[in-house]
Design a protein around this ligand. Structure first.
Ligand code: NOJ
Length: 548
């Protein structure tokens, strides 16, 4: 395969790692994570094999939505350090071979943002039109609330302005008016600014909502997708190789539109929400069927596009694309207590406690993360099997501080535990049981297994680049995916059931001689044209089908 092209399209084969600076490592001992602490931990990430860091919002914020409510797009929240600390961090990450992307939050701002403050006070200010105002709540405008139970409406009356403003998310997050050219200019400036600081692109927050123009009075000059195309073109003009990884949790066919035309002229990457949700249903049932159907339902995407595969992200583990009955099955299996559920659609748990710490199943899931077609995207702490802290409110239960070593604060800070905003859990998943330091010393730990799996994944560009298809394994519990690139074929097999399975697959390679075990030494010699393999309960195999 063409190496120059492979590295140009780096995101096709990246290993992405998402973290929040606030909860990762505290370098100055005040109980809050910061860029200083993060920079000191970069060797952990480089050692793991991560190639791209995705930073959750680190901009100035009143922190009512964990930084997704920002008051300045061009600065660093002072609790996280100085701009100098940020620049040192980006430089050091590059030195360790890691790119950095950050959350681009341009659907809305905080209501404390100076733009909104001026907009609400002065109807004649040019900033008034930065937001979406109405005298009455429009019947035809958008009404859906994203956070049922925490948000009553998508329109809130502002006494100062004497009008209603639109907000898809919390009432303290007024939506920006993208129909206003001045807003679009500002968004371009934000993108240009962070690229100039050395970032390699963005995780774009809430893309469909950001592009939504319903409820906006003026007619937008550009169709939303033309606008997105323009924005991506602008980004790559400013910085070749920069990407946008979009949060687009829609049905597969609608997702396809966000990749753009057949050359991929809109978002480079989208999260594979369908794969994630169907995987949990498969796990709950011990049946590969839902995941196989989920993968088959994905649209063909442009060569330059890519799915970001993930097991969980920083939000609720949303199951909104499953039917009510399917979602109930997953709830019953992995989060039966109402306190584990949120917004009637998701779970506020991490994987290891959901699986009662069962290492075999945990490794099966992460083998899927690395083997499924796409780019694996890790949420911090997954590499050591961190659990959630249900005592921390709402979605934040999974955003607790990183567990570096034993002790009440897990080595996250030198401050006392009561100074830590989101302390680690107590019990089986506390830092005494789950931490980086102990796992580094144990060759059989999840951490060391993760590192090996990432090495295998990076050795196999075919998993990011190849054509792939779900194959019949002769067994409903076993997911088989065949990847083909040039004359190479790799078959990955994952047994979702607790019982062993006897798999019988057609590898579709003429005169194949051996199926080489890429994770061990259980090679399978050809005996006829079919490939016959025994898989242990929750077992998995990655096999390269070789002919003479
Ligand atoms: C999506 C983010 O992932 C979520 O955490 C946030 O609350 C909303 N967008 C609003 O920005």
């Amino acid at each position: 395969m063409n190496l120059a092209r492979t590295s140009d399209l780096w995101w096709k084969n990246a290993v992405v790692y998402c973290l929040d600076v606030e909860t990762y490592a505290d370098g100055n001992g005040d109980g809050v994570g910061d860029f200083l602490g993060l920079t000191q931990r970069l060797d952990h990430l480089a050692g793991l094999g991560v190639t791209c860091l995705w930073l959750m919002p680190f901009y100035p914020t009143p922190n009512r939505d964990d930084g997704y409510d920002l008051t300045d797009h061009y600065a660093i929240d002072e609790s996280l350090g100085t701009f100098g600390d940020f620049t040192e961090f980006v430089r050091t990450a590059a030195d360790r071979g890691m790119r950095v992307i950050s959350d681009l939050v341009v659907n809305h701002t905080s209501d404390q943002h100076p733009w909104f403050q001026e907009a609400r006070q002065d109807p004649d200010s040019p900033l008034r039109d930065f937001y979406v105002w109405r005298d009455e709540v429009p019947e035809d405008g958008p009404h859906g609330v994203v956070f049922p139970g925490e948000q009553e409406s998508a329109w809130t009356y502002d006494e100062v302005a004497g009008q209603y403003y639109h907000h898809r998310f919390y009432h303290h997050q007024p939506d920006l008016n993208v129909a206003n050219e001045a807003v679009r200019d500002e968004i371009r400036k934000v993108i240009g600014f962070w690229l100039a600081q050395g970032l390699s692109g963005f995780r774009v927050d809430a893309v469909p909502f950001f592009l939504e123009t319903d409820g906006i009075d003026e007619t937008m000059e550009l169709a939303p997708h033309d606008y997105l195309r323009d924005l991506c073109a602008f980004m790559t003009r400013r910085s070749g190789g920069a990407i946008m990884l979009g949060e687009v949790n829609l049905e597969p066919e609608q997702q396809r539109e966000f990749f753009g035309d057949e050359d991929g002229d809109e978002l480079q990457m989208l999260f594979n929400f369908i794969g994630m949700q169907t995987m949990y249903l498969s796990l709950a049932r011990g049946d590969a069927g839902p995941l196989a159907d989920g993968l088959r339902s994905l649209p063909d995407i442009p060569d330059e596009g890519q799915w970001a595969t993930f097991v969980r992200n920083h939000d609720e583990l949303t199951l909104d694309k499953l039917t009510d009955a399917e979602r109930e099955e997953v709830f019953a299996a992995f989060g039966p207590d109402p306190d584990m559920q949120v917004y009637d659609r998701g779970l506020r748990r991490r994987l290891p406690p959901m699986l009662d710490g069962d290492e075999r199943r945990i490794r099966l899931v992460y083998s899927l993360l690395f083997a499924l077609p796409g780019t694996p995207t890790i949420f911090y702490g997954e590499e050591i099997g961190m659990g959630e802290n249900l005592a921390v409110e709402g979605r934040r239960s999974v955003r607790t501080s990183m567990q570096w070593q034993p002790g009440p604060t897990g080595g996250f800070t030198s401050a006392d535990r009561d100074q830590v905003r989101r302390p680690p859990p107590e019990g089986d998943f506390d830092p005494d049981h789950v931490n980086v330091r102990d796992q580094q010393a144990d060759p059989d730990s999840l951490l060391n297994w993760f590192e090996r799996m990432i090495r295998h994944r990076r050795d196999l560009p075919i998993l990011g680049w190849g054509e792939w298809e779900v194959v019949d394994t002769g067994h409903t519990a076993v997911l088989g995916v065949r990847h083909v690139l040039d004359d190479e074929t790799v078959l990955t097999l994952h047994n979702l059931a607790a019982t062993p399975s006897h798999v019988d697959v057609d590898p579709d390679v003429e005169d194949w001689q051996v199926a080489r075990d890429l994770l061990g030494d259980q090679h399978v010699e050809a005996d006829g044209s079919r490939l016959v393999v025994d898989l242990a309960g929750h077992g998995y195999r990655w096999l390269r089908i070789e002919s003479s």
